[in-house]
Design a protein around this ligand. Structure first.
Ligand code: FRU
Length: 484
């Protein structure tokens, strides 16, 4: 049913702009959204329309700035804007509304994803201008805008044209190293392979094309979206979202598109090689995790947000006129070649009074955090309702399984109804964040997560099938933007 909604939209309808939608239409969309029990309380989600990738993450002017890809016209991929929120504490937010509009010829079909850096008293917001020609062929360019301390945004135009790649050339992520600036861009090479392309600049306006970063994965999918490159704990990390990859093992690359990372010692800017490359890994084994982006804050923490959603998949919230949310912000570390994720400590302030329980908890708040210290071989966690609809997280000696086959609303079943992750140790803490229709499970000490949407009508119990004690905390809501 949800997938029907997508098919019914014409290109003309999807590419309507904010000023083409009436006040009445907006009010109607917001009303439908406010009736949705699946709308989250402590995750960032759009008031209406579709949210996808996190963009422009930066710490600037004493605040964290979070932008995201937004289609205002409805819960579909269409005309994309950057929507802007900021916060000092990840609890109270300021809602700045639509921030970068597709109002130039070169971004006439959307202001696409990109990252930010802070330079003196400005944040520089890099994005892809997405233009379609009369044959609907994409003409992508890399562009930027500045934001001053008053939050005023000024577009500065194109800095890189597409001279080397197919029409798939997007999502610039910039960083500064010494006096030099570097940018990675996601691209498809002329022989139709995904790649992370490096550019170099000394003045932020002239950019030298250095070509694809060389790894052992030069034939790995047909496009790499949303590349990120950073150094952390003495290692170099390439994080990206490849399209067109699969595996024969039970764990990896089961979603329509995937997220993966490579850890190495460093990128050699002369040979363009990732030196000391280690095995390729997946940060998340859930159903809905895509296009993560990272930044460094004032405390030196490397923080990641991802889109809890995937291209080409309509979630049941479409009927409530919204789609997509951001993951919780997660602090990263590199340990033994793994990217370890931990929900930001600021989120502890959202916790209500702890309840210790064994067995079943009836009528829990559906926004909660659950922590379990395990050293046993088998158990499961179930979230369900009185008519038997449920999701299950099952743990065996060497595997974790998330099972969505018995939800009230099933969708995306063509990609399978279970996801599995390897269990790396018997003794570990399992952390589960649930927020109405999203679950984020931190396993293997944060070396992996399982992030997913789920749809169960009238959720009424939480059951842990062991005699182990679990600690449950109801979670309070974020404030300052469109949450219930
Ligand atoms: C990833 C992506 C990016 C693009 C953006 C458009 O989800 O396809 O590659 O910039 O979304 O919204």
């Amino acid at each position: 049913m949800a997938r029907e909604a997508k098919k019914n939209w014409t290109v003309g309808q999807r590419y309507r702009r904010l000023e083409d939608i009436s006040h009445t239409q907006i009010t109607e969309m917001m009303e439908k959204r406010s009736l949705d029990n699946g709308y989250p309380n402590y995750h960032i989600a759009p008031a209406f329309g579709l949210l996808n990738d996190p963009n422009g993450l930066c710490y600037f002017n004493s605040e964290h700035h979070i932008f995201y890809q937004w289609t205002p016209v409805g819960p579909v991929h269409g005309m994309k804007y950057w929507y802007h929120l900021s916060t000092k504490d990840f609890i109270h937010f300021t809602d700045h509304g639509a921030a970068i509009h597709p109002d130039q010829d070169h971004d006439s079909h959307g202001v696409y994803s990109g990252g930010a850096i802070v330079e003196n008293d400005k944040a520089l917001l890099f994005f892809t201008g997405n233009k379609r020609d009369e044959n609907w062929k994409r003409i992508p360019t890399q562009c930027y805008a500045t934001m001053n301390t008053a939050g005023e945004i000024e577009k500065k135009g194109i800095i890189i044209e597409n001279d080397h790649y197919t029409e798939h050339f997007r999502d610039p992520k910039v960083w500064k190293q010494g006096d030099d600036y570097y940018m990675v861009v996601g691209a498809q090479t002329q022989d139709l392979k995904g790649a992370m392309i490096l550019y170099h600049s000394q003045d932020l306006s002239k950019w030298e094309h250095k070509g694809p970063i060389k790894t052992t994965h030069n034939d790995f999918g047909y496009m790499w979206e949303c590349p990120d490159f950073f150094e952390l704990d003495g290692q170099a990390v390439m994080l990206f979202s490849p399209q067109g990859v699969s595996s024969s093992n039970p764990y990896d690359f089961k979603n329509v598109f995937s997220v993966t990372y490579l850890v190495g010692d460093r990128v050699n800017f002369s040979s363009m090689e990732l030196e000391g490359e280690q095995s390729i890994r997946q940060p998340d084994y859930g159903f809905d995790f895509y296009a993560p982006q990272t930044y460094v804050d004032d405390k030196g923490r490397r923080i990641l947000y991802a889109w809890v959603g995937l291209p080409e998949i309509d979630t049941p919230s479409v009927k409530h006129e919204w789609a997509g949310m951001l993951s919780l912000p997660r602090e990263l570390r590199i340990e033994n070649g793994f990217m370890v994720q931990k929900a930001l400590e600021e989120l502890e302030a959202l916790r209500g009074e702890a309840i210790e329980f064994t067995g079943t908890l009836q009528q829990p708040s559906n926004s909660f955090y659950l922590s379990l210290d395990i050293d046993i071989v088998e158990f499961s966690i179930e979230l369900g309702n009185s008519v038997g609809d449920k999701i299950e997280f099952k743990v065996t000696e060497d595997e974790f399984t998330l099972d969505r086959s018995q939800m009230s609303e099933i969708y995306a079943e063509e990609f399978g109804l279970t996801r599995k992750a390897p269990r790396l140790s018997l003794t570990q803490q399992i952390e589960v964040y649930v927020d109405q229709s999203v679950i984020e499970i931190f396993i293997n000490g944060g070396k992996h997560t399982m992030t997913s949407r789920f749809f169960i009508d009238d959720l009424s119990y939480l059951k842990v099938s062991t005699s182990l004690k679990s600690t449950y905390y109801p979670m309070k809501s974020l404030s300052g933007f469109n949450l219930k």
